[in-house]
Design a protein around this ligand. Sequence first.
Ligand code: NAP
Length: 298
Amino acid sequence: MQTQPTVAIAGLGRMGYPIAANILQAGFPTVVWNRSRDKATVLLERGAVWAEKPGALTQTADIVLTSLADPTAVESVYFGPEGLLDRARSGTILVDLSTGSPDLARRIAAAARERGAAFLDAPVAGSIKAATDGQLGIMVGGDRAAFARCEAVFAAIGKAAFYLGESGNGATMKLVSNAILATMVQALAEGVALGEKAGLDPADIFTVLATSSAAAPVVAAKAAAMTERVYLPAAFTLALMQKDLWLVLGLANELQVPMPATAIAYDMVLAANATGKSGMDFSAVALLMEELAGARES
Ligand code: NAP
């Protein structure tokens, strides 16, 4: 009988926690680490094993998943003292599920290769609900053989894993996806502010949009938040969206690709954060647009 690989997860935030819970639920021996240990309590009660440092994960696990806030966190967990790459064993597969930069993915992949390990950049589509339901979409760049070896792990956390080619391609695909998402939500926020100020009922706006060519899963998903103006608790924060759009614009700058709509969406996310909304869901750009329009003052 083939034994299950041991799977480790570093980063038990909004996304990492439900991902770890699904890995555990699928029966993989599971090891966890998080900067703040308290978030691991329930997983440890259910049978996960705690690691004191990221470096300890690569000592015990065959496949190590990371789900971390931003490139600074990824850099420190991989390259820092007692980090994942410090003592990575030959044959270990490291998989970063965070949304990050393609350049950093290529740097980690090269460092992993030097140690005989493999690295996959594998950011995810879908928010907390998809992570909880094991229904994420996973966009993967890196070694194809390593991708194949992660099949069962990806099946435990997602509904589809896409192999996109060389290192950095998974990260690039996620940036493309979030650039489109952010500009869609910016357009939605503007339209809603205009409709409201002109006297339409926000609930009516969303009812009609649902039947129109402008209907999209994100429009339906954000209808309740925007109608009721409730943006907490956040699924995906404005702080993280600012990070993602900054990465998009960095890549666009490097490749000389004009992205005017994304640049405006970035500025509006930045303005929302500058006015105290960074912990809210990213759809709270609608709140900012209402404020700027003087719509729905209450
Ligand atoms: P989150 O709830 O803010 O969790 C962030 C995680 O990163 C926590 O485990 C946090 O540790 C850790 N962290 C932050 N800074 C660190 C540092 N300097 N060193 C070590 N660990 C650090 O974020 P999330 O929503 O789960 O997002 C995680 C990743 O998934 C991000 O890259 C995000 O862009 C991406 N993503 C999110 C969503 C979503 O809907 N939320 C959807 C798709 C992709 P502590 O617990 O100690 O703070």
